[in-house]
Design a protein around this ligand. Structure first.
Ligand SMILES: [Zn+2]
Length: 77
């Protein structure tokens, strides 16, 4: 069983679409099914990556902050 910090470390790869082995992907999915915290983390990261990809210019810190605030707002409703 993966620990939360291991999931968080690999979340980038998961969101980037980096090919993971079947075993790794399975372990991540199993953890995400059972862990609300990591599920939320992966979802936020995915939203962040998507919004950055839409913008061809490198995002400024301000833009990243803005996206994170939007995510936080959508989480709290
Ligand atoms: Zn977790």
């Amino acid at each position: 069983m993966l620990k939360c910090n291991e999931v968080v470390e690999r979340a980038d790869e998961l969101v980037d679409g980096t090919p993971l082995s079947f075993r790794q992907r399975w372990a991540l999915r199993l953890h995400l099914m059972m862990c609300h915290h990591c599920r939320r983390y992966v979802r936020q990261l995915r939203l962040l990556v998507q919004s950055l990809r839409r913008n061809p210019e490198p995002a400024s810190e301000e833009e990243v902050d803005q996206v994170m605030r939007q995510i936080e707002q959508s989480e709290s409703t």
